[in-house]
Write a protein that binds this ligand. Structure first.
Ligand code: GLU
Length: 291
């Protein structure tokens, strides 16, 4: 590989089978990396056991292979990375950038913005539950390759946010940042439902001294009611009887114009030659079939 290779990734949580919404993120991240001559990695985000569906990680990996997508490195499981999250939190605490917090959800104001109650110490008589990042007033704006300029300010969006939860589990925001750095990821391509998390992730990257990857947030598929088509909304698993059609639909959703009726192998060949990210609709959600 070249000295500064492009590295993309797909990072599903094993909370259900691969569905159309996650397939779109898989196909987009795959083509954006491969067409730049880069690598595509797969990370299973299994750090929240209560939300996991047994067997779904294996089924996601098998389904991706069946659809023609093979990662360039062995699959990384977040459940094997807990010590790294622990180290990152320890470093942040030692540098005064993170602190223990005794507040529970019911102590938070309706705005959801943490008022900093425990920033200067836990109030007398309370015990530490979670750990929060001390968010500064810095500017964490970024230019997304599809959504354009995003100027979210973590300080006013969420305030100091949780990086280790009261149940002892590490928060998604922390794990994703530590692992994108560990896997040398240079571009994050995922659904626009995660757009709002990105400024918090950039904030964590800066606090940990990491590089910030490029971001591309793809429109997400929504239901008639405008809800994200995802595992939680019982979206149908991908029809594995016709993998070429599933990939064709994902490409069409992303604004590409593949010829119909190609075999899976020919469709990938076409996609690797014709992928054009400038055709991706510049919006955050789309009703499938209305592309
Ligand atoms: N694990 C997250 C999900 O399945 C995605 C994380 C990411 O791509 O940053 O929604």
């Amino acid at each position: 590989m070249a000295p500064n290779p492009v590295i993309g990734r797909f990072a599903p949580s094993p909370t259900g089978d691969l569905h159309f919404g996650s397939l779109v993120a898989a196909v987009g991240s795959y083509l954006e990396a491969k067409c730049a001559g880069g690598w595509w990695l797969l990370r299973i985000e299994d750090i929240d056991p209560p939300r996991e569906v047994p067997g779904s990680a294996d089924r996601i990996i098998r389904d991706l292979e069946h659809l023609g997508m093979f990662p360039d490195e062995p699959v990384l499981y977040q459940s094997s990375r807990i010590h790294s999250y622990e180290d990152a939190v320890k470093r942040l605490m030692e540098r005064g950038l993170a602190y223990p917090c005794a507040c529970s959800r019911k102590d938070l104001p309706a705005s959801g913005v943490y008022p900093g109650t425990c920033r200067n110490g836990i109030p007398a008589g309370k015990i530490a539950r979670s750990i929060r990042l001390a968010v500064d007033n810095g500017d964490y704006a970024f230019t997304d390759r599809v959504q354009g300029l995003v100027e979210d300010l973590p300080a006013s969006l969420t305030g100091d946010f949780v990086i280790r939860r009261a149940d002892g589990l590490y928060a998604y925001q922390l794990a994703v940042v530590v692992d994108d750095e560990f896997q040398r990821v240079t571009q994050v391509v995922r659904g626009a439902d995660l757009l709002e998390s990105t400024s918090r992730q950039i904030c964590l990257q800066k606090a940990l001294g990491y590089k910030t990857p490029a971001y591309m947030h793809l429109p997400v598929a929504t239901t008639e009611e405008g809800k994200k088509l995802g595992k939680r909304f019982q979206a149908d698993p991908i029809n594995q009887q016709n993998p070429a059609y599933a990939v064709y639909q994902a490409l069409t959703f992303l604004g590409q114009r593949p010829p119909s009726g190609l075999s899976l192998a020919s469709l990938w060949e076409w996609a690797l030659q014709h992928w054009d990210s400038s055709l991706i609709p510049r919006c955050s959600s789309i009703l499938p079939g209305k592309v």
